[in-house]
Design a protein around this ligand. Structure first.
Ligand SMILES: [Zn+2]
Length: 72
């Protein structure tokens, strides 16, 4: 899809957490991220800056471990 391709190529994505204006570091699933940070609820994936990604990793450790053990 051209629209998605443009998004990837543009390379200037911002963190989508409310009131944050840092550069995007990682994209994470919105349902997990919503447990830790606030953002536009219509998103399915959310861009996070380094700091918010750290927060996300800490805050969703349990959930992500559950997911992993289900796959094993
Ligand atoms: Zn941020």
């Amino acid at each position: 899809m051209a629209f998605n391709l443009y998004e990837i190529m543009s390379g200037d994505k911002k963190c989508q957490v409310r009131d944050c204006n840092e550069e995007s570091h990682k994209t994470v699933p919105a349902d997990l991220a919503s447990k830790v940070v606030s953002f536009d609820s219509k998103l399915t994936k959310v861009h996070l800056c380094k700091e918010h990604y750290k927060k996300y990793k800490k805050g969703t450790k349990k959930e992500r471990e559950v997911l992993r053990s289900n796959w094993d």
